[in-house]
Ligand binder design. Structure first.
Ligand SMILES: Nc1ncnc2c1ncn2[C@@H]1O[C@H](COP(=O)(O)OP(=O)(O)OP(=O)(O)O)[C@@H](O)[C@H]1O
Ligand SMILES: [Mg+2]
Length: 379
């Protein structure tokens, strides 16, 4: 369970680095050993300077400060996979890094599994961070180590003896489907395989929370699907709470239970995916279920546009035909599986002469609305 309350994170506007632990000038009590989240972050930051420069465009700028997060409160139930989406620079990565306090929020509270991380001293925080795994876009594996050696690294740093850490690392590699690659170096692995190794490494300390910042953004669609399926399986098996930061709506559609939309550091919409379709036109719905463009119709026909939600699982088409005597053809639409439900838009062309059709269509749309079917537009 993750509870963020009234988080504000500001940076100096000039672009000078604003107190990221693990960076140049970091406080030593917070400093990281290689392989720990802070060190992974340092590596990621080095490889990701361009993305950082791109990100620095979006946030609101006060005098002398950038407000990367502006009064953000969200609650993620244990075992949920939440997607954090929004334009570049909207604060997604900052939000993820505030969950394990890689970024210390300027104000607000971060509570993970009932523990207030913002109130902890350095030793407590180090222990709490071990229960929060993190994976990034660029995997950040050590090139000089084998896959097994990379997964074993956090255990080595935690002082686990060699035999035990190798046993556990082998078990984790097996779990992510890479048992036979234990001896391979990162350069001998595909992107998807490297990300699986990074996930195994993030799980080495048995975390309860997994943070994924654009973890599939460098992968092809097949590897993306594989990594997302793995994340969901791990959630099911280990009860992980997962935060998925992404700019890809497909990632949210296929992997998440809920989503949070950030814009300029603020939460502008949030909700469970299974309920998004019930709010057509809301900011999240229009991103997750964009309405199809109006379909061309035959002369004299009328367009009936329905939102497919749980209610539409009723036999809608047969009701229109049998109960209301309408002649319909499907001319467009897009239906997705969102949060375990069918959701989307369906465009029907209603044929026949206007005089005869109009009263039937009126009666039909009223009946559909009564059954809980959302009618977006009808003539
Ligand atoms: N170290 C930093 N120093 C100063 N400003 C920063 C720093 N990191 C982030 N910011 C600011 O915070 C805002 C949010 O950045 P963040 O990296 O969280 O965006 P993002 O939503 O992850 O973007 P992207 O999709 O491009 O990764 C940026 O617009 C930037 O101005
Ligand atoms: Mg980012």
């Amino acid at each position: 369970m993750i509870e963020l309350s009234s988080l504000v994170k500001t940076y100096p506007a000039s672009g000078q680095r604003g107190g990221r632990p693990g960076r140049r000038g970091a406080r030593r009590d917070d400093a990281a050993a290689p392989g720990e989240p802070e060190a992974q972050e340092e590596l990621r930051a080095r490889q990701d300077r361009t993305a950082g420069a791109r990100a620095r465009r979006g946030a609101p700028q006060g005098v002398g400060e950038v407000r990367a997060l502006d009064d953000v409160s969200i609650s993620v139930p244990a075992g949920d996979v939440v997607g954090v989406v929004g334009p570049s620079g909207s604060g997604k990565s900052t939000l993820a890094r505030c969950v394990n306090l890689l970024e210390r929020p300027t104000s607000g509270r971060v509570v993970v599994d009932g523990e207030d991380l913002t109130a902890m001293g350095p030793a407590g925080l180090r222990a709490a961070r071990r229960r929060i795994g993190m994976v990034f876009q660029h995997f950040d594996l050590l090139g000089s180590r084998t896959a097994l050696g990379n997964v074993a690294l956090p255990l080595e740093l935690a002082g686990v003896d060699r035999r035990e850490r190798e046993r556990r690392a082998a078990e984790l590699l097996d779990r992510v489907g890479l048992a036979e690659k234990a001896g391979a170096r990162p350069s001998q692995l595909s992107g998807g395989q490297q990300q699986r190794v990074a996930i195994a490494r993030a799980l080495a300390a048995r975390p309860s929370v997994l943070l994924c910042d654009e973890a599939t953004s460098a992968l092809d669609p097949a590897s993306t699907a594989g990594v997302l399926a793995l994340v969901r399986e791990l959630r099911d098996e280990l009860g992980l709470t997962v935060v998925v930061v992404t700019h890809e709506m497909d990632v949210v559609r296929s992997a998440c239970d809920s989503a949070v939309l950030l814009e300029r550091g603020r939460v502008v919409d949030e909700g469970r995916l299974s309920e998004v379709a019930d709010r057509p036109g809301s900011p999240l719905a229009s991103r997750l279920l964009p309405p199809p463009p109006p379909a061309p119709l035959r002369e004299g026909s009328a367009l009936l546009q329905l939102v497919v939600t749980g209610g539409t699982e009723e036999p809608v088409l047969s009701a229109l035909v049998r109960e209301h005597g309408l002649d319909v053809a499907v001319v467009g639409g897009r239906v997705e599986h969102l949060g375990g439900r069918r959701s989307g838009h369906l465009q029907l062309e209603v044929l026949g002469g206007a005089a005869e059709r109009a009263p039937r269509l009126r009666a039909a749309t009223a009946a559909l609305r009564e059954r809980g079917v959302l009618v977006e537009s009808a003539p």
